[in-house]
Design a protein around this ligand. Structure first.
Ligand SMILES: [Zn+2]
Length: 113
């Protein structure tokens, strides 16, 4: 379950930043998670709940914002969200595409006092 180590890393960043800013208690943490990142929202929730116990983030809300997978066609430069399992361009049917977004995972913001 790699969600645990992911959340641990993110919490380390949040807590470091919070203590740098004189924040004693974190009340919410917002993440942006790409649809194609390969994590389960429930597993993120669970990991967050477990790992925040007895920390300054205990009881904080986890806000997960999902980002859809977006590809850019290298032939016609159109951007699209792939339908189903194929990554073919929906406009010109080319196979050469690159990922624009949908594979990210980062902290959007956190709140505390
Ligand atoms: Zn295309």
């Amino acid at each position: 379950m790699h969600e645990l180590s992911l959340i641990q890393n993110l919490l380390n960043i949040v807590m470091q930043s919070a203590s740098d800013n004189g924040i004693k208690k974190v009340s919410s943490v917002a993440l942006v998670v790409g649809e194609n990142y390969g994590v389960l929202p429930d597993a993120l929730d669970f990991a967050f709940h477990v790992l925040t116990q007895d920390t300054m983030c205990a009881g904080a809300a986890l806000v997960v914002q999902k980002k859809p997978l977006v590809l850019r066609c290298k032939e016609c430069l159109a951007e699209f969200s792939p339908q189903g399992a194929t990554c073919r361009c929906t406009y010109c049917q080319a196979f050469r595409t690159e990922v624009v977004s949908g594979r990210e995972l980062y902290i959007d913001y956190y709140e505390g006092e």
